[in-house]
Design a protein around this ligand. Structure first.
Ligand SMILES: *[C@@H]1O[C@H](CO)[C@@H](O)[C@H](O)[C@H]1NC(C)=O
Ligand SMILES: *[C@@H]1O[C@H](CO)[C@@H](O)[C@H](O)[C@H]1NC(C)=O
Ligand SMILES: *[C@@H]1O[C@H](CO)[C@@H](O)[C@H](O)[C@H]1NC(C)=O
Ligand SMILES: *[C@@H]1O[C@H](CO)[C@@H](O)[C@H](O)[C@H]1NC(C)=O
Ligand SMILES: [Mg+2]
Length: 572
């Protein structure tokens, strides 16, 4: 691998890239590091390498030898295919480097064989994420390939799918049959961050139970995410017989598992509804017990609705333990790997991400993400929230302090640049912090720029452009070097998990106070399960501390009753 470090390329009026410091700006060295490049630097790299080669070649002609390193560089450079720039640059005209096959599959995590242009992010993401920060187990990789084969065999409109759909008509006359596929149907519910977390949970459940995951077609999922599995769609067809019942599924539905248990009615039926929302009760939570899982094996169609990341509770089910150990030797990587595997922004969202990144983040020496989510606080709390953010970034040395007393800074030497990417429903925090760094110099001389892509004032569940921007913002946050997030926010969890970043989490904002300390460093990449079960399946008693059962599932620091996965050595 070749690590390339390049600084400060400027765009001239005729759109050519030139180095502002021709002598010393290029450092080529052989190393084991992953590509830390974006398309702009790649193009610049290509241009500069040609310049260097021309020079080297002239020197070689004079002195009669060529340095081997640069020849290798030339060989590597063939992989970058650079389109000429045009006056109007559309998404498709951004120079698109061709990446070597081994890397673009994220070390084997992603399957090959997709049409690349229909989903540019799938293979281009590597240029922005600098490779996966952790390595998936070979067992996980082989298990994903096996899942893809099953999905292809059982996906929409296959013979086996048609046959399993036909079973729905048999109702209570249904008797278990082995010649069909089994499915878990993800029923859409709640905001985009929650939906990403529940899709991941449903997929892991499908892996563990040899089911096929199909997703609710009633929402805008296809506008946000590319198809994750090759060849066969993951969307439940819109002619699925009981699609019209999805919106009425709740705890009182006669075919909800909890209802059935509450009423002592053990029915074998071709489908069953599982209510795993935060408001679920003791009987719904039996889902997380082994005996109930044994029963559910007989049901070909399981419909699951949730607004929670219920993965940690799957780690408490003894019959899944061995398989989970094999899949995830490092327990804290579940969302990181499954999220990277499942969620690829569609081209329209990828355009939002890459344009923003190139315009505001790519050239900064350091990128800091700050995600602010304030729950149920009156406007009078603005100052407290702002003070908590600033106290956190100062205390943890994440942002430079400003010096209002010394308005002139020395401009000699190289100035470090920091880009802050803020996301919030309100523009006020962004405006305050941007003005602070405009009106005052930093004590240590860095230049800090502050950006916020959108401010939608309130969360709008399931509106298309809102969701596209929300998805783009989560993804952009995942591309930063350091991340500050808000307690309880699934938006922040998605960003930290995808990015493989341990964030600094701001304690939940409280009326009229700045929490002291203002924030803490999270010890795990994993999202927190906000409403975990508290039932002891063996002793059949409630009020059980599920945070004490296995060492890698413990309580979350941002929500004391929540549960999350940790690595035992905490070394991730
Ligand atoms: C499954 O059923 C659909 C119609 O519902 C049909 O178009 C399709 O050909 C069937 N698939 C197979 C493999 O028979
Ligand atoms: C279910 O059965 C249990 C014991 O078998 C009984 O105590 C309970 O009242 C029954 N519930 C209903 C709704 O029939
Ligand atoms: C904080 O104050 C607002 C309005 O003053 C109120 O609506 C909200 O319920 C309060 N939140 C808490 C957690 O006390
Ligand atoms: C600016 O330069 C002066 C003299 O060159 C030096 O004394 C001072 O410490 C410098 N200030 C900063 C913030 O680097
Ligand atoms: Mg925890």
């Amino acid at each position: 691998m070749i690590g390339v470090t390049m600084k400060r390329f400027k765009k001239t009026s005729n759109d050519q890239l030139v180095s502002s410091n021709r002598e010393s700006s290029v450092v080529l060295k052989i190393s084991e590091s992953k590509w830390g490049l974006n398309p702009m630097t790649l193009m610049a790299f290509f241009v500069v390498c040609l310049m260097v080669l021309t020079l080297v070649f002239s020197v070689a002609i004079v002195f009669g030898n060529l340095p081997p390193d640069c020849l290798w560089t030339l060989a590597e450079a063939r992989f970058f295919h650079v389109k000429p720039s045009e006056a109007t640059v559309s998404e498709d005209d951004i120079p698109r480097p061709v990446i070597m096959p081994k890397d673009k599959l994220l070390g084997g995590l992603l399957p090959s064989g997709f049409d690349e242009t229909s989903c540019l992010s799938r293979y281009e993401s590597l240029l922005y994420i600098k490779g996966l920060r952790h390595k998936p187990s070979s067992y996980l990789i082989s298990r994903l390939r096996r899942y893809e084969a099953l999905h292809k065999q059982c996906g929409p409109y296959t013979e086996l799918y048609n046959r399993t759909v036909d079973l729905i008509k048999s109702g209570d006359q249904y008797s278990t049959s082995s010649s069909v596929c089994n499915y878990v149907i993800w029923v859409s519910f709640s905001g985009l961050g929650n939906r990403i977390l529940t899709l991941t949970s449903a997929f892991l459940y499908a892996l563990l139970t040899n089911r096929v995951l199909l997703v609710d077609p009633r929402v805008n999922l296809p506008d946000l995410f590319c198809e994750p599995f090759p060849q066969v769609s993951w969307l439940l067809p819109s002619d699925f017989p009981i699609l019209d019942q999805f919106s009425t599924f709740n705890q009182k539905s006669p075919l909800s598992y909890g209802y059935m248990v509450r009423n002592n009615k053990s029915r074998i039926h071709p489908f069953m509804y599982l209510h795993l929302n935060h408001d679920y009760d003791g009987q719904d939570k039996l889902f997380f017990c082994d005996t109930d899982q044994t029963f559910l094996k007989k049901i070909p169609w399981l419909f699951v609705k949730s607004n929670n990341y219920y993965v940690p509770a799957l780690f408490l089910i003894p019959s899944f333990e061995q398989e989970l150990n094999n899949l995830f030797p490092e327990k804290g990587t579940v969302f990181h790997f499954l999220g990277r595997y499942l969620f690829h922004p569609t081209n329209s969202v990828w355009g939002l991400i890459t344009r923003y990144y190139q315009a505001y983040l790519a050239n900064a020496d350091e990128k800091i993400g700050i995600q602010i989510r304030v729950f149920d606080l009156g406007v009078g709390n603005f100052k407290y929230v702002l003070d908590q953010i600033l106290a956190c970034t100062a205390k943890e040395n994440l942002l430079p302090r400003v010096n209002p007393n010394e308005p002139i800074v020395n401009s000699s030497g190289k100035t470090k640049t920091i880009s802050i990417l803020m996301t919030s429903l309100s523009p006020r925090y962004f405006e305050e912090i941007r003005n602070m760094y405009w009106e005052n110099p930093t004590v240590t001389g860095e230049i800090v720029s502050v950006y916020q892509p959108s401010h939608e004032e309130h969360q709008q569940t399931e509106k298309l452009m809102h969701d596209r921007k929300a998805w783009a913002e989560m993804y952009l946050l995942s591309l930063t070097d350091k991340l500050v997030t808000s307690a309880w926010s699934t938006f922040g969890y998605v960003a930290q998990g995808l990015g493989g970043l341990k964030p600094w989490i701001l304690y939940k904002f409280e009326n009229g106070t700045v929490h002291n300390p203002p924030c803490f460093r999270d010890m795990s990449l994993e999202p927190c399960y906000h409403s975990p079960p508290n039932y002891d399946c063996k002793k059949k008693t409630g009020s059980y501390n599920t945070g004490n059962v296995v060492p890698h599932v413990r309580h979350c620091k941002d929500m004391s009753w929540g549960l999350k996965l940790f690595d035992q050595n905490g070394e991730l």
